[in-house]
Design a protein around this ligand. Structure first.
Ligand SMILES: Cc1ncc(COP(=O)(O)O)c(C=O)c1O
Length: 343
């Protein structure tokens, strides 16, 4: 952030739909925040942004949700006209493009999170246009890399049907932790919770090395294929807010809108399909009326996997499970309706 030379304590405009840790990071850096609207399609409301500008505002923070680009050209024009620095949050959009333009290449600063897209324990990076050197941070502690590798391994075992081995490994590691009196909370781990200790560390050198083995074009192609295959199965049966994929987009998940997503998620899990129900709550600093506008997304959006390691058969299985839960719910609703009519 220091490379942007923003006046101390100036205001950054941030979106009403956010994870929360990015908000905490900006607050920890000492900036004042002001929230702006994003519409029902999660697009930045530029008219609302304009209305919230005053001479304390020094930067605009935009998030490319699920890999889908925000309209970068009008955003860039607005920032240029109003002398604002543009910060692109690409945590959810590694390798994504808006046609030919890489997300993260327009802003004065862009942040990326690699472990959300790639099978790595942790890691992120910052892209800046500034000539000013960024601060070199010490690598993440070894214990952190070790613990998060363990998490990845555990997830890998579970999703490959090695549930018994996973259960055994969990028991063994718990015992081991007891013996050495180790408490996970002492280890700094990246994730959905804010941990200010993270600010002092950069990526593990291992992550940077392993990233060189990744083939971005192959990752994008596979994710696009999986996304479109899932869309073709689901689009006429369940609410899909983004059934199409604009050119260049590297999708992170396939979002669907289902009432009572936690129950839906549990039903899917019983059928052997994991999904995500992130971003449940707004940051406490977000004004109530703006937070309320995002409540639908926060309560009903379920994220289905389209990871590059999934095959067409996996995608078909995910779709079949979703359709099973949808059908069961519809029948359940019919039965409830009948019972009410009879009563
Ligand atoms: C929109 C957004 N920005 C930033 C972050 C922080 O990324 P990381 O987990 O790599 O610190 C997250 C994490 O969930 C996020 O969702």
């Amino acid at each position: 952030m220091a490379t942007l030379n923003l006046p101390a304590q100036s205001t950054i405009l941030v979106p009403a739909y956010h994870q929360g840790v990015e908000i905490d990071a900006l607050l920890a850096a000492g900036y004042a925040l002001r929230y702006y609207r994003v519409d029902e399609q999660l697009r930045i409301d530029l008219a609302d942004v304009e209305q919230r500008l005053d001479n304390t505002v020094s930067a605009l923070y935009v998030t490319h949700y699920f890999g889908f680009p925000q309209p970068l050209e009008p955003i860039r024009r607005l920032c240029q006209a109003r002398r604002l620095k543009l910060i692109e949050d690409c945590a959810l959009s590694l390798f994504s493009r808006d046609n030919g333009t890489w997300l993260g290449s327009v802003g004065d600063l862009a942040i990326f999170s690699v472990y959300k897209t790639l099978p790595l324990p942790h890691g992120g990076f910052v892209v800046t246009k500034s000539e000013r050197p960024t601060t070199a941070l010490p690598p993440a502690p070894r214990a952190s890399t070790f613990v998060q590798m363990g998490d990845l391994l555990q997830q890998g075992l579970r999703s490959s049907g090695w549930g018994r081995v996973e259960a055994w490994a969990v028991r063994a590691s718990r015992q081991f932790a007891k013996v050495i009196r180790w408490n996970r909370r002492q280890t700094i781990c990246s994730g959905s919770d804010w941990d200010p200790r993270m600010l002092g560390y950069g990526v593990s050198p291992w992550v940077a090395r392993v990233m060189h083995f990744m083939d971005p074009e192959a990752v994008v192609a596979r994710r696009q294929f999986n996304y479109m295959r899932l869309a073709s199965h689901l689009r006429f049966h369940v609410t899909c807010p983004f059934p199409d994929l604009p050119a260049g987009v590297c999708p992170l998940f396939f979002p669907i809108i289902v009432p009572d997503r936690s129950a839906f998620q549990q039903d899917l899990e019983k059928l052997g399909v994991q999904s995500g129900n992130w971003w449940e709550v707004s940051h406490p600093t977000c004004p109530h009326e703006l937070a309320q506008e995002m409540a639908g997304w926060r309560h009903d959006c379920l994220e289905l996997p389209i990871h590059q390691e999934l095959s067409a058969a996996h995608i078909d299985r995910i779709a079949a499970a979703v359709l099973t839960v949808v059908t069961r719910r519809a029948h359940g609703d019919d039965r409830r309706l009948l019972a009410t009519e009879r009563a």
